[in-house]
Design a protein around this ligand. Structure first.
Ligand code: NAD
Length: 416
């Protein structure tokens, strides 16, 4: 994060208060919605392969549960801290509300570089962290999912750990599991697939020509690589991608399949052939569409004026600071906000949970059809609100989301 711009929590709060102002929310509701309901911080020991013990710090935050159980990913990253997890939990509340999915918002994380652990260490860390979370997670309370640094295997360990404590299999405690243990068809691709649906809608809404559009994607993990694959299959020219080691650029379009194969062998993109660029340079390339799909706080007051893309689709959570938002708005850049653009993972997680609870599983075609329906419906609702209220898409998405959560809080009333 560059100095002068808001960090993730300040960004999330600024976005909330802007929506609250537009809605004329009273101070009581503002206080409730600006606070996180529950914040768990745990310090737990894990035995490492060499016999030593390391103490790790983990978090789980539930922001607001008025609309349903908590939902949100678990991040394993060395920079995770409580404020970041609170911001991510808050965005989950708004995302579920904007999409019309009956969940509250939550998020978790462990301060660790997962790449520095052996598979055995990763499993022991995950099982101990899951045990620490056990009092507050469950199919009716709070349902974690993958986020940066975690994957389907980590979710399988969490499900198994909670199940061992219960004495029977609890499929619905976590989503993003492998299909062999209660996962759904289409979950791995869901966030990337949802982004492509939203991108198609946004291209039409902005009046961009459909053919020959160029795209740059920052981040080449679950979200970034999947979106790059799907877009290149659909005829978009993906000209730049990056990971934490840096990026590659080819103005005529990259061979995404070859890059995925390179990553599958464990090599960073810095070892790919092509023109090498930094992550910062990627954001400023002369492309039509920019998809940040890595960390928050990437497009800031320092670089927003140099963004040349006409359309930004936020694959990551919180990649644009409020300061950058103002500059992009002035420059006529359309930003499709995270709580709409990357909600495909949440939506298909919801499908997975529903299938687990019913022990009745759908095929991938059904998953994708329902995903498309929900994503496109949310896009229409948000764009029509934006048009009517002369708002940006983020402003409209936040107004819609906050109004839905505020209504739920109001209707439920105050206990006791
Ligand atoms: P991931 O761990 O699979 O991949 C992250 C990617 O970002 C990797 O390629 C990594 O090398 C790269 N990266 C890390 N630090 C970077 C940096 N400083 N600059 C550039 N690239 C960097 O994570 P993911 O699941 O793809 O999540 C990416 C983003 O998408 C996060 O903001 C996450 O919250 C958001 N998101 C994920 C999902 C999901 O279903 N996985 C859903 C919604 C939103």
């Amino acid at each position: 994060m560059v100095s002068g711009d808001s960090g993730p929590l300040a960004t999330a709060l600024a976005q909330f208060h802007a929506a609250a102002d537009r809605l004329g929310l009273d101070d009581d509701l503002r206080q409730i919605l600006a606070s996180c309901k529950r914040e768990l911080v745990v310090h737990f020991p894990v035995r490492m392969d060499d016999g030593s013990i390391r103490v790790f710090t983990g978090y789980r935050v539930q922001h607001n549960l008025a609309r349903g159980p908590g939902k949100g990913g678990i991040r394993y990253h060395p920079a995770v801290d409580l404020d970041e997890v609170k911001a991510l939990a808050m965005w989950m509340t708004w995302k579920a509300a904007a999409m019309g999915i009956p969940y509250g918002g939550a998020k978790g994380g462990v301060r660790v570089d997962p790449k520095s652990l052996s598979l055995g260490e990763l499993e022991r860390l995950t099982r101990r962290y899951a045990t620490e979370l056990a009092p507050i997670v469950g199919p009716q309370e709070d349902i974690p999912a993958p986020d940066m640094g975690t994957d389907a295997q980590v979710m399988a360990w969490i499900m198994d750990t909670v199940s061992m404590h219960q004495g029977y299999t609890v499929l619905g405690v976590v989503t993003g599991k492998p299909p062999a243990v209660g996962g759904t068809a289409g979950r791995v691709e869901a966030t990337g697939r949802g982004i492509t649906y939203i991108l198609e809608e946004a291209v039409a809404w902005c009046g961009l020509p459909r053919d020959g559009l160029t795209v740059a994607v920052q981040g080449f993990g679950n979200v970034g690589s999947m979106v790059a694959i799907l877009l290149s299959q659909r005829g978009y020219q993906v000209v730049a991608v990056s990971d934490s080691s840096g990026g590659v650029y080819d103005g005529t379009g990259l061979n995404i399949k070859a890059l995925v194969e390179l990553k599958q062998k464990g090599a960073p993109l810095s070892q790919a052939s092509g023109d090498h660029i930094s992550n910062q340079e990627l954001l400023e390339l002369p492309v039509d569409i920019l998809i940040p799909a890595a960390l928050e706080g990437q497009i800031t007051s320092q670089n927003a004026s140099r963004v040349q893309a006409r359309l930004i689709i936020e694959g990551a959570n919180g990649p644009t600071t409020p300061e950058a938002d103002c500059i992009l708005k002035e420059n006529g850049v359309t930003v499709v906000p995270d709580i709409l653009a990357n909600a495909g993972g949440l939506v298909v997680s919801y499908f997975e949970w529903v299938q687990d609870l019913q022990s009745f599983f759908w095929d991938e075609e059904e998953v994708n059809e329902r995903l498309s329906h929900i994503m496109r419906r949310a896009f229409r609702e948000i764009t029509s609100l934006a048009e009517r209220g002369r708002m940006t898409l983020r402003e409209a998405a936040m107004v819609l989301a906050v109004s839905r959560v505020a209504e739920a809080v109001r209707l439920r009333g105050l206990y006791p």
